[in-house]
Design a protein around this ligand. Structure first.
Ligand SMILES: Cc1cc2nc3c(=O)[nH]c(=O)nc-3n(C[C@H](O)[C@H](O)[C@H](O)COP(=O)(O)O)c2cc1C
Length: 191
C-alpha cells in the first residue's frame, strides 16, 4: 500500500517543502503503508490545453510530462495533499495538476495538511468538494498550520498538538486506504 505526500506548491522557495518533509518524517513511523514525498514542481506540468478531456483520454496523454504524472499518481493508493491557500482557495498549479488526470484519482483516499494566514482551511474546504468529483474518500481529520504563528526564520515552529493531529489524520488515511484496497481486491476476484 503506497501513499503519496504531494507538495502542491510549485513556487520557487516554497514553504510547502518544509511541511512535506515534516509530514514524511512523522508518516514513516506509521506501519501499514509506504509513504513517498512527491514534489509537484518536479513534473513541470504544462497548462491543460489538450482538446481531449482527461477523463476520455484513457491514459493516452499528448505530453510526456503528463504521462509521467499519470504513472506516479497511478502507482499510489492514497495521498496527503500539502496545500497552501491562494486567494481564499487552492493554488492554480495544483488544481491544474489535478485536472490533468482523471481515472488515476478515482476512488482513492486523501488527507489534507494546509497552511496559510487563517491556517488554509478555506483551501481544504474547496479541495473537499473538488476531490468528490472522483469519488475520493477524504478523511475527516486535517492538519491546519498558521502561517504567522508556526513558521519562523529557522523553519517550522509547530504547536505541540500538531503531531498528534497529524498522527490521527494518518491513522484515518491508512485505515481508509486499507479498506479501499481490500474492496478493490474483492471486486477483482469476483470478476
Ligand atoms: C497568489 C497568492 C495568494 C495568496 N493568498 C492567500 C490567501 O488567500 N490566504 C492566505 O492565508 N495566504 C495567502 N497567500 C500566502 C500563502 O499562504 C503563503 O505565501 C504561503 O507560504 C504559500 O505557500 P508556498 O510558499 O508553499 O507556495 C497567498 C500567496 C500567494 C502566492
Amino acid at each position: 500500500m503506497k501513499i503519496g505526500i504531494i507538495v502542491g506548491s510549485v513556487r520557487e522557495g516554497r514553504t510547502g517543502t518544509a511541511v512535506g518533509r515534516w509530514v514524511q518524517e512523522v508518516a514513516e513511523r506509521h506501519e501499514g503503508a509506504e509513504f513517498e514525498l512527491i514534489e509537484l514542481s518536479d513534473f513541470d506540468l504544462p497548462l491543460l490545453t489538450s482538446p481531449t478531456i482527461p477523463g476520455m483520454a484513457e491514459r493516452n496523454y499528448d505530453d510526456e510530462r503528463v504521462t509521467r504524472w499519470s504513472q506516479t499518481v497511478d502507482s499510489h493508493d492514497g495521498f496527503v495533499f500539502i496545500t497552501p491557500e491562494y486567494n481564499h482557495s487552492i493554488p492554480g498549479g495544483f488544481k491544474n495538476a489535478f485536472d490533468s488526470l482523471a481515472p488515476e484519482w478515482m476512488g482513492k483516499t486523501v488527507g489534507f495538511v494546509s497552511y496559510g494566514a487563517d491556517h488554509g482551511v478555506r483551501a481544504v474546504e474547496h479541495w473537499r468538494t473538488i476531490v468528490a468529483n472522483f469519488s475520493m474518500h477524504a478523511v475527516r481529520q486535517q492538519v491546519s498550520l498558521g502561517l504567522f504563528t508556526e513558521f519562523g526564520e529557522d523553519g517550522l515552529q509547530l504547536l505541540d498538538r500538531r503531531e498528534g493531529e497529524l498522527n490521527t489524520m494518518l491513522d484515518q488515511l491508512v485505515d481508509a486506504t486499507r479498506k479501499m484496497v481490500l474492496v478493490e481486491e474483492l471486486a477483482g476476484a469476483a470478476n
